[in-house]
Design a protein around this ligand. Structure first.
Ligand SMILES: *[C@@H]1O[C@H](CO)[C@@H](O)[C@H](O)[C@H]1NC(C)=O
Ligand SMILES: *[C@@H]1O[C@H](CO)[C@@H](O)[C@H](O)[C@H]1NC(C)=O
Ligand SMILES: *[C@@H]1O[C@H](CO)[C@@H](O)[C@H](O)[C@H]1NC(C)=O
Ligand SMILES: *[C@@H]1O[C@H](CO)[C@@H](O)[C@H](O)[C@H]1NC(C)=O
Length: 465
C-alpha cells in the first residue's frame, strides 16, 4: 500500500506540473535556417529544426580532409596499402578533432534553476547515424569526442552546451544517407525534458566550368611525345603572368588520362563568414588505374579530401571523362543551383549505368542526366558535349561535336584537297613504336572509310538537329 500522504503529494506535484510546466525546458539548436550561425537568443533557428529538405534544416560536413597531409604521409611511408585502406584514412577516421573549422556547431539554450544532481545526454539516434557521426563537446580550447552515454552536469547545462558535429563519411547509395537526429535528454530529479534537432550531411557536388580554376592537374608521362609537348605548352600558358595557376603532375604510370581517373568536387555548408567549403577529389571506381591512388597520396591536404568507392571496372563507362557537369540552370519547374551531372550510358555493351551514377544520385542535388554514348568508339560523354562560359542568358553554352558538320567539311575539301593527308599529326606521338599510330589516309580515302560510312548511316537514320 502506498502511504496516503505520498500519493497526495504526488497528485499535487502532477497537478502543479500540468498547470505551470516544469519552469525549464530542454532546447537544442543548430543552424537550421542556414544563415551561418546558431541562434540561441532569438527564434530564427526554431522553425526549421526538424527539416531535412534541400532548402532548410541544418547541414554538416563529412570532415574528410587530410590536415597537414597526415594520412598521405602514412600512405607513402609504410607498406603499400590496399585501395580501401588508402581511402579509409582521413581527418574523421578516428576520434581526434584535427579540423574544427569544418565542424558544424550545436548549442543548447542555458537552463536556470536545476538541482545540483541534474544531468543530460546528447545522443545521435539510429545506429547507422551514430556510426557515421562524430559529436564533440568543448572543454576550454579542446574538442572532446562525446558518446551517447556521456553525462553533462548541472553547471554545464546552466552555462549552455557548446557542441560540434561532423561526419566520418559522405552520403552513400547503400548505407548511410547523411541524416542525423540529435536528441537532448535532461533529467532534473524526477523531471525529464527532451528536445531534438535534425541535421544532414551536405552533398558532394562536382565542379563545373563556370567556377574559378584553382589548380590544374595533368599527367607527366615520359614515353608519350604528345603528352610531353602538351605538358610543356600547358606549363607556358599557366605561367603567363596574367594567369599564374599552379600545375600538378601525376607521375605514377603511363596513364595520360587524368580527366578519367579523377573528378574535382566539393562539399559546403553556411558559415558565419560565408560558405565553409571542403574540396573533395573523386577517384574513379577503377582500381586497376593505379594512377588514381595519387589522389590520396599527394592531392589531399588541409581543406581537401578524397573519396573512392570500389565496384566499378576499367570498362570505359566508369571513367570520369564519362561524367561532366552542366553549370547551374533552371528549366520549367526544375532547378539545379549547383549544376547537374551528365553521364554516358553504354546500353548495348554494358547494361548498368556508370558505377559513380549511384554515388552522385545519392547526393540528391545534381540529379545525373544520362545520354547514350554507346555509339562512340570509347564512349565518354566528354567526347561529344562540353559546357563553357558564354554570353548567354544562363552564362554558359553547350558545345556539341557536330558529326554532320565535320563530315561536310571533309566533303567540301575533297574537291580540291582529296589527296591531302586527312590527319596533320604524325606517327610520333609515343616513343614506343606502333603505339597510337595515326592512320595514313587522304581526305578522299577517309570519306570512303568504313567508320565514316557507318557514321553517315547512323546520321541518316536519326533525326537531324
Ligand atoms: C561539471 O562538468 C565540468 C566539465 O567536465 C567540470 O569542469 C565541472 O567541475 C563539473 N561541475 C560539477 C559541479 O561537478
Ligand atoms: C611524383 O610526384 C610527387 C609529387 O610531386 C613527388 O614527390 C615524387 O617524387 C614523384 N615521383 C617520381 C617517381 O617522380
Ligand atoms: C618514366 O616514367 C616512369 C613512371 O611512369 C618511371 O618509372 C621512369 O623512370 C621514367 N623514365 C624516365 C627516363 O624518366
Ligand atoms: C603510321 O604508321 C602506320 C603503321 O606503320 C601506317 O599505316 C600509317 O600510314 C602511318 N601514318 C602516318 C600519318 O604516317
Amino acid at each position: 500500500m502506498v502511504p496516503p500522504m505520498i500519493s497526495r503529494r504526488l497528485v499535487l506535484a502532477v497537478l502543479l506540473l500540468c498547470r505551470f510546466g516544469v519552469g525549464w525546458k530542454a532546447d537544442i539548436r543548430a543552424d537550421s535556417n542556414r544563415d551561418g550561425r546558431v541562434d540561441i537568443d532569438g527564434n530564427t533557428d526554431l522553425a526549421d529544426k526538424d527539416e531535412w529538405s534541400d532548402l532548410a534544416g541544418a547541414l554538416f560536413l563529412a570532415n574528410i580532409g587530410d590536415t597537414d597531409g597526415r594520412c598521405s604521409q602514412i600512405a607513402l611511408s609504410g607498406d603499400r596499402l590496399s585501395d580501401e585502406a588508402l581511402a579509409a584514412c582521413n581527418d574523421a577516421s578516428d576520434d581526434i578533432q584535427r579540423s574544427p573549422g569544418y565542424m558544424a556547431l550545436i548549442r543548447t539554450v542555458p537552463i536556470q534553476g536545476l538541482e545540483d544532481g541534474a544531468w543530460a545526454n546528447v545522443q545521435v539516434t539510429e545506429e547507422i547515424s551514430r556510426k557515421n557521426v562524430r559529436l564533440f563537446r568543448q572543454e576550454q580550447d579542446e574538442w572532446i569526442i562525446t558518446t551517447n552515454d556521456y553525462k553533462f552536469n548541472a553547471s554545464e547545462l546552466e552555462a549552455g552546451l557548446n557542441l560540434g558535429i561532423d561526419a566520418r563519411d559522405t552520403r552513400r547509395p547503400s548505407g548511410w544517407d547523411g541524416r542525423a537526429q540529435v536528441h537532448l535528454h535532461v533529467q532534473n530529479e524526477l523531471e525529464v525534458q527532451v528536445d531534438d534537432v535534425y541535421l544532414r550531411v551536405a552533398p558532394i557536388l562536382t565542379s563545373h566550368h563556370l567556377m574559378d580554376v584553382s589548380e590544374v592537374l595533368t599527367a607527366n608521362v615520359n614515353d608519350s611525345k604528345a603528352q610531353i609537348k602538351f605538358v610543356s605548352d600547358l606549363r607556358d600558358i599557366l605561367n603567363d603572368p596574367n594567369l599564374k595557376k599552379p600545375l600538378w603532375l601525376f607521375n605514377h604510370s603511363d596513364d595520360v588520362w587524368a580527366q578519367d581517373f579523377v573528378e574535382p568536387a566539393y562539399t559546403s555548408m553556411p558559415g558565419s563568414e560565408g560558405p565553409i567549403t571542403l574540396e573533395v577529389m573523386i577517384r574513379s571506381s577503377q582500381g586497376s588505374r593505379t594512377a588514381g591512388r595519387q589522389v590520396f597520396e599527394y592531392l589531399r591536404k588541409t581543406g581537401r579530401g578524397a573519396v573512392y568507392s570500389t565496384g566499378g571496372t576499367r570498362n570505359e563507362i566508369d571513367s570520369m571523362g564519362n561524367l561532366e557537369t552542366i553549370p547551374p540552370y533552371s528549366f520549367k519547374d526544375k532547378s539545379f543551383p549547383a549544376g547537374r551531372i551528365i553521364e554516358g550510358s553504354h546500353a548495348k555493351s554494358y547494361p548498368s549505368y556508370p558505377h559513380v551514377y549511384d554515388y552522385m544520385k545519392a547526393q540528391e542535388f545534381q540529379e545525373p542526366l544520362v545520354l547514350d554514348t554507346d555509339w562512340l568508339a570509347v564512349g565518354h560523354v566528354d567526347e561529344i558535349v562540353q559546357f563553357l562560359p558564354a554570353n548567354t542568358p544562363y552564362g554558359w553554352a553547350l558545345y556539341i561535336a557536330d558529326l554532320r558538320a565535320g563530315i561536310k567539311i571533309l566533303e567540301d575539301a575533297k574537291e580540291q584537297h582529296g589527296d591531302t593527308p586527312a590527319f596533320s599529326r604524325l606517327n610520333d606521338t609515343y616513343t614506343r613504336e606502333g603505339l597510337g599510330d595515326v592512320p595514313g589516309l587522304t581526305i578522299a580515302e577517309l570519306l570512303t572509310d568504313k567508320l565514316i560510312s557507318a557514321t553517315k548511316d547512323l546520321l541518316r537514320n536519326s533525326t537531324p538537329s
